[in-house]
Design a protein around this ligand. Structure first.
Ligand SMILES: Cc1cc2nc3c(=O)[nH]c(=O)nc-3n(C[C@H](O)[C@H](O)[C@H](O)COP(=O)(O)O)c2cc1C
Length: 168
């Protein structure tokens, strides 16, 4: 039996700066047969086109990128501090080279339409892509950030509707 209950985005009481910037998240995307997960700590939540959304930024060299390009849905999972090591692993190794589920011991779960997430999460956002676009050098007005963060590998930004929120 699932320990999760469904709430609305407005019922999430976490501070988003801490939630994304400090706690970090796992972006997990694919199908029950084949999925991948990676750690993110950049992004945001808000409203777009009248809908609750997440903004996610994924570099094209990530294995996860292949999945976010091919699939309409993904999840963002947030965890207690006890799972920090799992997030460190998912943010330093690639699913191309290892089985992150095996190495972290996390337990995959799937929504009715097959979107992967993890049982150990304390908060799960099920997200449906609405818009995606690569960041570009000419659009970045803060040139210091170009020098500091990029070597031609501009993130792709995804704006995705939060279609469901699971919490414990
Ligand atoms: C704390 C932390 C935050 C990260 N945030 C992002 C991010 O927002 N976007 C991104 O593209 N990579 C980010 N990464 C890097 C990826 O998680 C990392 O490259 C990962 O190994 C990619 O795995 P994959 O190749 O299996 O997709 C972050 C890594 C860490 C440790």
């Amino acid at each position: 039996m699932s320990l999760f209950k469904t709430v609305t985005p407005k019922e999430i009481s976490d501070n988003p700066f801490k939630l994304i910037g400090d706690d970090w998240a796992l972006v997990t995307c694919g199908t029950p047969e084949k999925f991948n997960t990676m750690t993110v700590s950049w992004g945001g939540v808000g409203i777009m086109w009248g809908k609750p959304v997440v903004h996610t930024f994924i570099r094209p060299q990530r294995y996860t990128f292949e999945f976010t390009e091919k699939n309409e849905y993904f999840s963002m999972c947030f965890f207690d501090e006890a799972h920090r090591d799992a997030l460190k692993l998912c943010g330093s190794k690639s699913g191309r080279d290892c089985d992150k589920v095996k190495e972290t011991g996390l337990t995959p779960a799937f929504t009715e339409n097959g979107v992967p997430y993890f049982e150990e999460a304390r908060l799960v956002l099920i997200c449906k892509k609405m818009y995606s676009q690569f960041l570009s050098e000419e659009s970045i007005t803060d040139s210091q950030s170009v020098d500091k963060w990029y070597n031609g590998d501009y993130h792709k930004m995804y704006i995705s509707e939060i279609v469901s929120v699971l919490t414990k």
